[in-house]
Design a protein around this ligand. Sequence first.
Ligand code: SAM
Length: 283
Amino acid sequence: MDLQTTNSLIHMTDREFEEIFSFVYKKYGIDLRKKRHLIEGRLSYTLKARGMNTFSEYMKVLFDSNSSEEMQAFLNKITTNHSYFGRENEHFDFLMHEALPQLTKTRKQDLRIWSAGCSAGQEAYNIAMVMDQFFGPQKNRWDTTVLATDISSKVLSQAKQGIYPEEHIKNMPAQWKKEYFQLLPGGTYQVVEKIRKEVVYRIFNLMDTFQYKKPFDIIFCRNVMIYFDAETTRRLIEKFYEATAEGGYLFIGHSESLAKGSPSEYTYLRPSVYQKITRGGRR
Ligand SMILES: C[S@@+](CC[C@H](N)C(=O)[O-])C[C@H]1O[C@@H](n2cnc3c(N)ncnc32)[C@H](O)[C@@H]1O
């Protein structure tokens, strides 16, 4: 296919598409095979702003420069980061009324929590709010810091600020809006400091080896595996399983399924909620 520049989009040749697709798939697990137009749409402006006319020129800079800044800018463009507070609220209800009462019977002072593929922090702060509600005045006796990770530096810096448009918090109960958000002059809302300080953000590629001191009691990895194929999902679920403490929980998105990457050793509890139950004892 010849290069064409129409409607202000720069089109990829088949070879260019194959190269960019394979790179992203191998390194980040994201399956862009059916997303050719999305890549062209999201990157054409970047190419033009750099005075480039072809994806080959862009890839040369991206792959040869070995610049992490260049790679970050690329990842910020190709990832889909849609998220909001109160997304799939059943998970937060389950956490509050089932998982936490269960976990706190055996854990005494800390809970290890991971929001994997956290986007701009809505999910991680939502978890921290549930912890605050659940523990109430006892909260200071517990360490329930949420580790929140993503590959996009752009969403992570938004997450650290914790500022959102009203649209992102419309699913939250009125009382929570009052308690956990501060209205800023421009009409946006900032998560209050006592919740912001409960979350630590790190850049992390889920395709990399997991390194952790203690296994996790609660893992949220929702609406991330939709971008992965069955084999990548299967390998990721295996890693999550290894990283889950006995009795710990895995929450995935409602439109996702472990069956896609089956068989998994997790015990199915209800749609999109799993638990690690082995014959051995507690962690
Ligand atoms: C649609 S958002 C989901 C956000 C949140 N979990 C939710 O359910 O609302 C998917 C996130 O996964 C991240 N992501 C995709 N591939 C990843 C990878 N290999 N490692 C870490 N994060 C990844 C993207 O950057 C994006 O922010």
